[in-house]
Design a protein around this ligand. Structure first.
Ligand SMILES: Cc1cc2nc3c(=O)[nH]c(=O)nc-3n(C[C@H](O)[C@H](O)[C@H](O)COP(=O)(O)OP(=O)(O)OC[C@H]3O[C@@H](n4cnc5c(N)ncnc54)[C@H](O)[C@@H]3O)c2cc1C
Length: 385
């Protein structure tokens, strides 16, 4: 099948298979290099698929371990588990997301410096290039995201919240958990007092000397905040159909292990969240990418309908209740929860067993979580993915 006739899911599978077969073994030694937008085979570039769950992270881990021994791909699998960990950490502390959105309306900042930063007009050439790159490619390498965030916070003295918002606007993989918590981590708010200070030699080395002698603030101290989020209990696992209609949002589009269940519904509403219904407005490229992903689902489910968030009320107004594939903390959950309360519509969230199993280990730091990775891997193997 040619690339042109494939749908997005098929393309994502093809890309992941190619990466696992050809390039994954380079990851341990080369993953930290950003060789530039035209040379990305040292990393997988799969995050926009993971983030919308076009690819299910547990499923891909399974596929990797069918071909390679754990020790050879440990780093890559660990990185995928960072995503799982951040998600679980935020699920336990949803106030961190709420607070981030509240901060965006309240923070004071230097407007001129901010405009210069987001328009690539600073006197830091690598930073300006990355601003243009994220707008053009809707992707940045992980190491570059760390340098970018560090320069934003500690050299340009801008609030981390605005940087996180800027990333969400332009990244195709923009994700409430990975993004918010990574920015907080760089600022020194996630691991309290431990911040990430980008330095010129490190940038030169890992960009293959594309950027040398970058002048950065090397003495900044970690940010602090007086905010201790409360901890909530992870819900019990349940995946039972309760109502005759169901909603899918763009944060969990992996339907392939749920086709039997989804086919039992009268209607599968695939809800596209328009910018009007988002706190953080997305760029056209990201909006269009999401639309394409959602259209893909219709191909697999004859009982599905794509509706945008402004038509949501009309589509569901006569219903007593609705099942919802749990969309995780973030804009989708905020929208759907608010709307269902307004419409007095009862909701029944369907979770993934592997998410809930993994999230029980996310209360503390990543080091503690990492010790549980073998348990999660065992659990992945017991499920038919
Ligand atoms: C400030 C900052 C903001 C970030 N914002 C996002 C975001 O909005 N969405 C997002 O998906 N990731 C985010 N990340 C994490 C990471 O940078 C991206 O997941 C990664 O760069 C995606 O590229 P890749 O698929 O080529 O990754 P690879 O290096 O090939 O890694 C494989 C997979 O592992 C996961 N992964 C890798 N590194 C991380 C990490 N540090 N944290 C969590 N998961 C990771 C991703 O799912 C990725 O696709 C952010 C990191 C930083 C420092």
């Amino acid at each position: 099948m040619s690339n042109q006739t494939m749908n997005i899911y098929e393309k994502a599978i093809k890309q992941s298979k190619f990466y696992i077969k050809k390039n994954i073994l380079k990851y341990n030694s080369l993953r930290n290099y950003d060789f530039g937008a035209n040379q990305r085979d040292n990393v997988s570039c799969l995050s926009s698929f993971f983030c919308h769950r076009v690819l299910l992270e547990y499923n891909i881990i399974n596929e990797i371990l069918k071909i390679h021994s754990y020790s050879k791909v440990e780093k890559y699998i660990q990185e995928i588990f960072w995503r799982v960990y951040w998600k679980g950490w935020l699920e336990i502390r949803p106030e961190v997301w709420d607070n981030f959105l509240l901060d965006l309306n309240e923070i004071k900042y230097n407007k001129l410096a901010y405009e210069d930063a987001i328009n690539a007009r600073t006197n830091i050439s690598c930073f300006n290039d990355w601003v243009l790159e994220i707008k053009r490619e809707n992707y940045l390498h992980n190491h570059t995201r760390m340098w970018f965030a560090s320069i934003w916070i500690f050299t340009l003295n801008l609030p981390w919240q605005l940087g996180a918002k800027f990333f969400l606007k332009y990244l195709k993989d923009g994700d409430a958990a990975s993004n918010t918590l990574s920015w907080k981590w760089v600022a020194g708010l996630q691991t309290k007092g431990k911040h990430y200070l980008a330095n010129s030699q490190n940038i030169a080395k890992y960009t293959n000397n594309r950027y040398t002698e970058t002048k950065l603030n090397q003495t900044a101290v970690a940010k602090n905040e007086i905010f201790i989020p409360s901890i909530r209990k992870i819900p019990e696992y349940q995946n039972n159909k309760l109502y005759s209609n169901i909603i899918i949002l763009d944060t969990d589009l992996f339907i392939h292990d749920r086709l039997d269940l989804l086919n039992k519904y009268n209607n599968v509403y695939i809800v596209f969240l328009k910018n009007d219904d988002r706190n953080i407005k997305l760029s056209n490229n990201v909006i269009n990418f999401k639309k394409e992903l959602l259209k893909d689902i219709i191909y697999y489910l004859p009982n599905s309908k794509l509706i945008d968030s402004t038509n949501f009320k009309n589509a569901v107004s006569n219903l007593e209740g609705i099942d919802i594939i749990y969309p995780n903390i973030g804009e989708n959950l905020d929208f759907i929860s608010k709307k269902c309360v307004e419409l007095k519509l009862k909701t029944n969230f369907l979770y993934r067993e592997l998410d809930l199993f993994s999230w029980q280990f996310c209360e503390k730091g990543f080091f503690k979580f990492k010790q549980k990775i073998p348990n999660i891997l065992k659990h992945i193997k017991t499920l038919d993915l």
